[in-house]
Design a protein around this ligand. Structure first.
Ligand SMILES: [Zn+2]
Length: 104
């Protein structure tokens, strides 16, 4: 993760922004996460958080303690919120998305 990001002219669009390799959104290279051995790969912050959550979920497979159980319940709750589209709600969507950053 200490490698400097390599941004080539091919990566940059007309506004000096790069594409997220996960979702296709664009941002400045300084606002993207870059992979250690592949600094040419850009991940937007939202996708980086998503990847982190996925890694945590994979690590939890096979764990049965109370913390793993609680994290599973939060994941189930998040999935239900997303399924119902509450994260796009005008009144509580912003708060739910904010809260989701801090939950497993
Ligand atoms: Zn993305």
């Amino acid at each position: 993760m200490s490698a400097e990001p390599i941004v080539t002219a091919v990566d940059l669009n007309d506004e000096g922004r790069v594409w997220c390799w996960c979702c296709g959104s664009t941002d400045s290279p300084d606002r993207m996460v870059h992979l250690g051995d592949h600094p040419e790969v850009h991940l937007c912050l939202q996708c980086a958080h998503f990847v982190h959550q996925q890694a945590w979920e994979i690590e939890d497979v096979g764990k049965h303690g109370p913390a793993a159980f609680a994290r599973d319940q939060f994941r189930n709750l998040r999935a239900e919120v997303i399924r119902r589209g509450w994260h796009h709600n005008k009144l509580m969507g912003g708060k739910l998305r904010w809260l989701g950053k801090y939950l497993p």
